[in-house]
Design a protein around this ligand. Sequence first.
Ligand code: GRF
Length: 188
Amino acid sequence: MVSGSGTNLQAVLDAVREGRIDVEIAAVGADKPCTGLERAREAGVETFLVRPGDHPDRTRWNRALQEAVAAREPDRIVFAGFMRIVDAEFVEAFAGRIVNTHPSLLPSFPGAHAVRDALAHGVKVTGVTVHEVVADVDAGPILAQAAVPVEEGDTEAQLHERIKAAERELLVRTLGAAARQGALHDAR
Ligand code: GRF
């Protein structure tokens, strides 16, 4: 699932294509048209779009998204820069099978502005967390983390780029481990 530029998705697509991880991407879904969806199409992967604006309320959008995901019968669902919060029923439907990547060392700096918040706090080290999704936002068992130093004078964009480089590698590594181990929590 993606919402933006999809560079994390691209890293997974590349790893699959090059046979570095034993994963098959059933489909890529999004909440809005985005570069991530284009990357999937270019790689010949099926895509789907479930927009909140096309549904009368948040609950019905959640159910539509849930149906679209369930129809692909995934073993795992990866939120790779998917910038929407799904409800508890969605999480329950795929319990233990959803992975999220977040650009901070959780539990520090949850939420949509993790990089900005870390900079504002003046931390010297931040990073990335790949974790299992539970009903609470940016909570859930941590599967893997990587630290990224904050450099003097870093802008949010510069720091986020360095975090994303670490993030792509960590996500691919964690998905590869999960594929080998079977259960997500065994990828820790
Ligand atoms: C990633 O840092 C993700 O953790 C954050 O947004 C970024 C998405 O990047 N929530 P991309 O779309 O994979 O390039």
